[in-house]
Design a protein. Structure first.
Length: 452
């Protein structure tokens, strides 16, 4: 069989390993990558010589790299290549009948139906990890993968029919999905990735695929207070369970997290190690999903009182000269910066800016101008726009333009006072200045640890 692979991200690489050396391959990518396979009698590689545009993949103007892909027997594409393929092949039914993604391949090959998928704009990684830990605490065998780091095809050899798979799902993976998980969890949705999606409606509809292909025996867990989550859960024909309100898990007035019609106590919010109300929401989402999955929350208190969160999510790096430095590099929307501001009660110096994804910073600017934010360090391509917006709202404590992380941290240190917190919570992607949010967070942590 001749297999075409479009894009060379982690999922495409997992598909290459999954189908193995007995097939022929045509691998095409938007630009050269050091880890592309060597060409041979069985493997042909094609890419555009020019560098790909900064930002999310799937946005090159030169589609010549796709030539010949339609001649393959099977075509597997990185989710971000979807719009490039749409431009090149339109509604060519013969092409799309052969085209698929790792998402669909996994569903077609998984020995277990015990799949919990988690989507939303933010909180997916934390919630997915909590679900996996809570299931493991019930004695279940659990496999965690997807957008959180491990492609699900890499997990397949170890999965048994009675195991559970917890799958973090981004909008890209869901865009063309033909299946939905048995338990689908939708967290808060706010507009994001508008540098790839044509509009907010397209972004929300991509998320909707987590529910659209469910069956009546499936379960839809959703944040009812979020307008987009409440809107798309209607697509599910399954059992719909809201969280952060009954009958799902919620925080009672006395501070106890409870679940079910009889309000079974799980843990007091004061015992939870994660910071912020947004993480109370994530905890309630995870508890609700596990309760629906196995009907038990044994040892949940131990899990929730010890789990301090994932890297780059409001991660306390260091306290130095009376100032706490937090790495919140995963905050890539303005809304998640607001969440971080609410979670950290100290006066704040906030590092904002980076790549322009088309999101509005108006609400965030309003919050900053009326809050205890001592200084904003505005960085990256969108930094000047953020600075101008803040000044237009009467907020003038802005430092513009540090161009590397050492200078950024130095500016934050100079602005902060004892008792303050410095937040690397940029509100957008890091493309241009840094490789990705992880690189941005890692450089921040290194610069903070180097302070003397």
């Amino acid at each position: 069989m001749k297999i075409g692979i479009v894009g060379w991200g982690l999922e495409a690489q997992s598909a290459y390993k999954f189908f193995g050396p007995d097939n022929e391959y045509l691998i095409v990518n938007e630009s050269a990558q050091a880890d592309l396979p060597r060409q041979s009698d069985k493997v042909k590689v094609r890419f555009v010589d020019a560098a790909a545009p900064v930002g999310i993949g799937g946005q090159v103007a030169d589609l010549s790299y796709l030539e010949g892909i339609e001649g393959c027997d099977k075509i597997i594409y990185q989710p971000t290549a979807y719009f490039n393929l749409q431009k090149a092949f339109g509604n060519n039914q013969a092409f799309w009948a052969k085209a698929t993604t790792v998402y669909d391949i996994f569903f077609e090959n998984s020995p277990t139906k015990n799949i919990i998928g988690v989507t939303g704009t933010k909180g997916k990684g934390t919630t997915s990890t909590l679900i996996a830990k809570l299931l493991a605490a019930q004695g279940q065998t659990v496999h965690l993968g997807g957008n959180i780091g491990t492609p699900v095809l890499d997990l397949l050899p170890a999965i048994k029919a009675t195991d559970w798979v917890v799958w973090e799902l981004a909008n890209f993976q869901l865009k063309s999905a033909s299946y939905s998980p048995h338990i689908a969890v939708c967290l808060m949705i706010v507009p994001e990735h508008l540098d790839w999606h044509p509009d907010v409606a397209d972004y929300v509809q991509a998320k909707a695929n987590i529910f659209k292909h469910q069956r009546p025996e499936d379960i839809a867990v959703y944040l009812a207070a979020n307008q987009y989550a409440a809107q798309i859960v209607r697509y599910s024909p399954g059992k719909k369970v809201p969280y952060y309100q009954p009958p799902g898990a919620f925080v009672r007035d006395d501070g106890m997290i409870v679940i079910g019609a009889d309000e079974k106590p799980v843990i007091s919010k004061t015992e939870v190690k994660l910071l912020g109300e947004h993480n109370l929401q994530n905890i309630c989402a995870a508890l609700t999903a596990v309760w629906e999955a196995v009907g038990s929350l044994d040892n949940a208190q131990s899990v929730l009182s010890s789990f301090s969160g994932l890297e780059h999510r409001l991660e306390l790096v260091r306290e130095f000269e009376g100032v706490k430095y937090y790495d919140d590099s995963f905050a890539t929307t303005p809304e998640t910066v607001i969440v971080a501001m609410q979670a950290v009660s100290d006066p704040k110096v906030i590092i904002l800016g980076g790549h322009d994804k088309g999101a509005s910073f108006d609400e965030l600017a309003d919050k900053i101008s009326t809050s205890d934010v001592r200084e904003v360090i505005a960085i990256g391509k969108i930094g000047p726009n953020i600075a101008s917006l803040l000044r237009a709202k009467g907020y003038n404590s802005v430092t513009e333009g540090p161009s590397d992380m050492t200078a950024i941290v130095a500016a934050a240190r100079q602005a902060a006072q004892p008792g303050d917190a410095v937040l690397l919570s940029c509100g957008t992607s890091s493309f241009g200045m840094f490789k990705d949010y992880k690189d941005r967070g890692d450089q921040f942590k290194a610069a903070v640890q180097a302070l003397v």
